[in-house]
Design a protein around this ligand. Sequence first.
Ligand SMILES: Nc1ncnc2c1ncn2[C@@H]1O[C@H](COP(=O)(O)OP(=O)(O)O)[C@@H](O)[C@H]1O
Ligand SMILES: NC(=O)OP(=O)(O)O
Length: 312
Amino acid sequence: MSKKRIVVALGGNALQENPKDISAEAQLATAKETSKSIVDLIEEGHEITIVHGNGPQVGQLISVYEQSKEVPTMPFPECGAMSQGYIGYHLQQAIGEELNKRNMKKQVISIITQVVVDKDDIGFKNPTKPVGSFFTEEEARILEEKGYVMKEDAGRGYRRVVPSPEPIDIVESDIIKNLVDSGIIVITAGGGGVPVVLKEDRSLEGVAAVIDKDLAGALVGEILDADMLIILTAVEKIYLDFNKPSERGLDKLSIAEVEKYIEEGHFAPGSMLPKVKAAAKFVSGKKGRIALITSLEKAKDGIEGKTGTIIE
Ligand SMILES: Nc1ncnc2c1ncn2[C@@H]1O[C@H](COP(=O)(O)OP(=O)(O)O)[C@@H](O)[C@H]1O
Ligand SMILES: NC(=O)OP(=O)(O)O
């Protein structure tokens, strides 16, 4: 298998394996497990850059601040940056330890990343990104009365949804490229990056939103001119008729098929839909690129073409 430049987008289960245990200890333990699969890929000789989600964490941070009577509410971009910081710290420590255990001399660093969005993005008018914990329908109705927008999330319960504008550019892109070019494992655009808008005077301003990390992963892949985007989530493959008796897994998808199946409504918004869109976007950027959607445990088999869904 030829050595590839790969962007790996880590899903929620790579960080909070059990959504009911959101403690720092549990997240660090999960990050240590996740690191084994990541370092397996590095050991194969691939150049790996990591993007990770923050949906549960950023939502939990926001609600803690909103409920506190002692401290002022912390704005969304700051909570996004905090989530990048502590998730990056867990992954950086876990991957570093796994590299040491295997006597590998590679270095790993996480970067607080700002991602530019359009202030007029349609996503600001229509919140779609699920964040925070899962609630029952009854709990969701009470939260709606407090002014939250709540939506059902792919059959798993109700979650708060927030605006999710498209990522346009990465402020730190040159630094990321230089680090990756010099062989460093970079953790970047965590939680899709802290969303910022570029003002007329060229200054940046954080905005209340959460960018989809898979779309941010596609952008990181574009900036690094990566060969492959791997989206690791809780399912081994993409399915048609997901969760229905007629469910069937897909091994390979062309861009035309992605568009057809999106049209037919096979991919849930806020979960699988942004993943297939991100994969298609990355692959459409340049001939020869491929995207893989599979589970963390199957990442190595997926790269070898043994499982997962390939988009090409
Ligand atoms: N067509 C589909 N095929 C596979 N999974 C799907 C499909 N539609 C929705 N899903 C759901 O999407 C989930 C992945 O989205 P999500 O949990 O938001 O990702 P992340 O791993 O990034 O946190 C899967 O675990 C599955 O429950
Ligand atoms: N920001 C983001 O896409 O997070 P999740 O993958 O955790 O939803």
